[in-house]
Write a protein that binds this ligand. Structure first.
Ligand SMILES: Nc1nc2c(ncn2[C@@H]2O[C@H](COP(=O)(O)OP(=O)(O)OP(=O)(O)O)[C@@H](O)[C@H]2O)c(=O)[nH]1
Ligand SMILES: [Mg+2]
Length: 461
């Protein structure tokens, strides 16, 4: 997400830092480059224009020109303006005082409505709600079954309809009743998509809106379609009145322009982004974090939230203690790998870390997921005694373990070496990667630690 744009902007700032003094000329050149970078990222031209103007006015101010490190201030200004464009604060979902709160999920065909309905239901249930889902897509065969499969997978109840309920409004009405009767506080209504905005579709959505009185009408847009997504959001808003946007497929090679334009063009906030096909590939959208990400400062808060969702805090604390006592066994090593894998692919973890985006060496590192599978297989083939005391693993045992895991003795040797090194390295941090991160009472501790991490000159605020 935002990779290209991020890289380009960082280059502009780097050049700016090379200049001893900030002058009207080099500032002008920098602004031109920022403008091109934004346009190339497919950001709406009106948004680019406004952003550049705002940065210009502030950056050319006396204070900045006289400041000791003007480039630092320019970055701060760009960050502020980016946040403004993205919507100044996090936009929370609205809920009705008279449950169930109805969320209507709308959008063009294939934008990701059904997938997002499932993701949002999962997110809501993880955040203390009791959602019910229903699909009123009666047009595409198997559309309702698709939501059914997703709902089963994430363990969320679905209203599937009764005989004779053939119309979207009938299904929706009964689903709302069912939500009330079964004490569900949110009803998510997945609707049918169309290739283009047409009157039939709008008529149907209008009808659903009147019938259900939704507190949220969430427009699902495919980030890969760039400015088309922005245009259709604008159109939907004019005709139906949307209350927020879910931008999907931000994991692809979307240039990010839609994310940067939608708020400004529709006046409605981006509330969530989809970053993959799986039910957990879904994040609330925070303008300030996105701005930091774009400027290459990483998005450590999102990482911590993600980690906390999956990692058992108790276990993390125990792990940390073990590390300090030098009791970190192969069993723990395996657990740690398993926990890391639950959070996501290592690639996606690395992307959220500050600085990684900027380190050329790391950009080319492809994390080998197969390698992790192999490591787990090897540890699986050990006896509990071996796992708890690697010192007893002699040549014979190594051969047996290699055979049992379908690997070679070299693989086993390599793993043991890796393990002893990790143990040593982690002990010196006095906390594992996750242990250190989550051992504390809150993410604050970690954020503090990272705050002290080495940031490139000019990035310290
Ligand atoms: N990579 C990626 N794929 C996604 C994301 N969200 C949805 N998809 C994929 O996009 C395709 C279409 O998703 P659906 O949820 O069926 O889209 P829809 O809007 O319900 O489609 P219709 O009901 O036909 O209008 C599926 O293959 C999804 O797996 C995302 O955030 N990232
Ligand atoms: Mg669908």
């Amino acid at each position: 997400m935002f990779d290209n744009l991020s890289e380009k902007l960082q280059r502009v700032f780097k050049n700016l830092r090379g200049e001893g003094r900030l002058t009207a000329e080099n500032m002008d050149a920098a602004l031109r480059e920022i403008r091109v970078a934004l346009l190339e990222a497919d950001v709406n031209f009106r948004v680019v224009k406004q952003l550049i103007e705002a940065v210009k006015v502030k950056a050319m101010g006396e204070e900045v020109l006289q400041a000791l490190s003007p480039s630092q201030q320019v970055i701060a200004i760009v960050r502020d303006e980016l946040i403004k464009v993205l919507g100044s604060h996090e936009s929370k979902l609205r809920f009705s005082n008279d449950p169930p709160s109805v969320f209507l999920i709308v959008g063009l065909q294939g934008s990701g409505k059904t997938t997002s309905t499932g993701k949002l239901a999962r997110w809501l249930s993880k955040n203390g709600h009791r959602p019910l889902v229903v699909s009123v897509d009666i047009y595409r065969p198997a559309a309702r079954e698709q939501l059914n499969v997703i709902a089963k997978q994430i363990n969320i109840p679905i209203y599937f309809g009764a005989p004779g309920e053939a119309l979207p409004v009938d299904l929706a009405r009964s689903a709302k009743l069912e939500a009330t009767n079964s004490g569900r506080d949110v009803l998510l209504v997945d609707t049918a998509g169309r290739l283009h905005i047409d009157d039939d579709l709008m008529g149907e959505l209008q009808q659903l809106k009147e019938l259900l009185g939704p507190v949220e009408i969430l427009f699902v847009a495919d980030a890969m379609t760039g400015q088309d997504a922005v245009k259709s959001a604008e159109e939907f808003h004019k005709r139906l009145g949307i209350t927020g946007v879910i931008l999907t497929k931000m994991d692809g090679d979307a240039r990010g322009g839609a994310a940067l334009s939608i708020r400004h063009v529709t006046g409605q906030p981006l509330k969530f982004v989809g970053v993959g096909e799986k039910p957990d590939a879904f994040e609330p959208f925070y303008p300030d974090r996105a701005a930091s990400r774009i400027l290459g400062m990483g998005d450590i808060l999102s990482f911590i939230e993600k980690a906390e969702e999956f990692v058992d805090k108790k276990q993390a604390e125990q792990m940390q203690q073990k590390l300090m006592d030098n009791e970190f066994t192969l069993e723990d090593f395996r657990n740690q790998i398993r926990q890391m894998r639950k959070i996501g692919s290592l690639d996606s973890i690395l992307k959220m870390m500050p600085q990684v985006g900027m380190l050329k060496e790391l950009q080319n590192v492809k994390v080998d997921e197969g390698e992790m599978t192999r490591v787990v297989a090897i540890i699986d083939s050990m006896t509990p005694r071996e796992r708890n005391n690697h010192m007893i693993i002699n040549g014979n045992r190594r051969r047996r373990i290699a055979k049992g895991s379908g690997t070679s003795v070299q693989d086993v040797n390599q793993l043991l070496k890796q393990y002893t090194q990790t143990r040593k390295m982690m002990k010196s941090f006095s906390g594992g990667m996750l242990g250190g991160m989550l051992g504390g009472k809150s993410g604050g501790k970690m954020a503090g630690k990272l705050g002290k991490m080495k940031l490139p000159p000019g990035f310290g605020f």
